[in-house]
Design a protein around this ligand. Sequence first.
Ligand code: NAD
Length: 504
Amino acid sequence: MTTTTLSRPDPAPAAGTGPKRVLHFIDGAHTAGTGERTFENRSPADGALISTVHEASRADVDAAVKAARAALKGPWGRMTMEERAAILHKVADGITRRFDEFLAAECLDTGKPRSLASHIDIPRGAANFKIFADLVKNVATECFEMATPDGKGAINYAKRVPKGVIGVISPWNLPLLLMTWKVGPALACGNTVVVKPSEETPTTTALLGEVMNEAGVPPGVYNVVHGFGPNSAGEFLTTHPDVDGITFTGETRTGEAIMKAAATGVRAVSFELGGKNPALVFADCDLDKAIEGTMRSVFANCGQVCLGTERVYVERPVFDEFVRRLKAGAEGLRLGRPEDPETSLGPLISQEHRSKVLSYYARAALDGATVVTGGGIPAMPADLQDGAWVQPTIWTGLSDDSAVVREEIFGPCCHVRPFDTEEEAVALANDTPYGLAAAVWTENLARAHRVAGQLEAGIVWVNSWFLRDLRTPFGGAKQSGIGREGGVHGLEFYTELKNVCIKL
Ligand code: NAD
């Protein structure tokens, strides 16, 4: 394997220098690997070429897994928990120190507004290392004393040990945030990782490799291979026999494919999958807050948030006012380039994803929806014509069995439907194969608890949305996931619990 060490895989090509190459990061060095294929990383805002990305061959993935295995048995495995935690703090500090580079890379790859990424994506990327580094130091396990026939007894204690080499497969919507949400706890628990980022957003994983080296993370602990899913890096990683566990965030259908791959060798999986999340707006809510919260939950990140709302159920007395005000909010959104401080909505991630979202816009029209606003492609300035832009869209009037109401669209759109009773609202909200998140808007405390208890979702927000305490469990019910990330709950996947029985 030819290894090229780059001082910096610059995500943002300087004027006149042309697009950069994005390489794999294996055993502490950037490398083009042995794969002969490359692919283009294009800006979703204007279609411009950002970089050429090397696609990993099976041999490259194997080299990454071997490096991860060696690091597990080597210096990383021999470090104390405190030593590892100290290094992970340096990783977090490194992200913060190079905040602007991460921000530029993330915004270029995704097209998302800087105002959003600077408040959410990049700070959370750093926080994900700190929180888990601190958390593992305070995790206790159980200890039982037992009687034995000789009267001397025995002590059992449980010990958490790293699971081993973890395959991390991440999506494009919150690239650094969701990738580090897995890498942070995996490393804090003493594992090593091979990351396969989304083909749409490869750049910040490469930058993170540099930060790992600067922080003193030993080579092989953090590895990155680029490519696609089937017959590419994703499949090579999930079918690799020496990967001990696979943590994946992405579509439910992809999760099914990965689960099949993980069945060989009976590897553990942790899945954060799709959603079709409801918001329930009761007439007794604070309507200003409900409108503001629903605006964010429907349109933030151009609707490309797994926790976002695509179904809004509104109690009939406030339905008309809610729809009128949500429409005004949507029409006030400003589409534009990430760096423009006035921008509130970026493009979708790609032309392919835009085709998918537009197919639902067409389907809504066919199914007889009333288009409250949007429903098509916005008029954009000449320099953004090649971007993946869609209009923020609100529908009413669809039947509950329309594909638009049942399937995850992952775009800046929602269907708003009236309801008459609390019982009806809960039944409508639960009428989905997904179970990721729900939002409830009410000032009635008893109702809030009652409804939250009945909703089939991993996370229920009351009078808020996307309010996250990283110590709490995060994950989906039904087809929205397997297992929980966050706080101590992630340790169930990232460690093995070993019982040690000492005869006294
Ligand atoms: P995706 O499933 O298309 O791809 C996710 C990752 O899986 C990518 O890196 C992709 O290359 C890889 N992949 C695809 N096929 C594979 C295969 N057969 N084997 C191995 N790897 C494979 O998802 P996406 O389009 O990147 O992201 C959007 C989806 O992610 C939405 O469904 C969204 O709801 C979901 N999501 C869920 C959460 C959550 O926490 N539950 C968070 C963010 C996104």
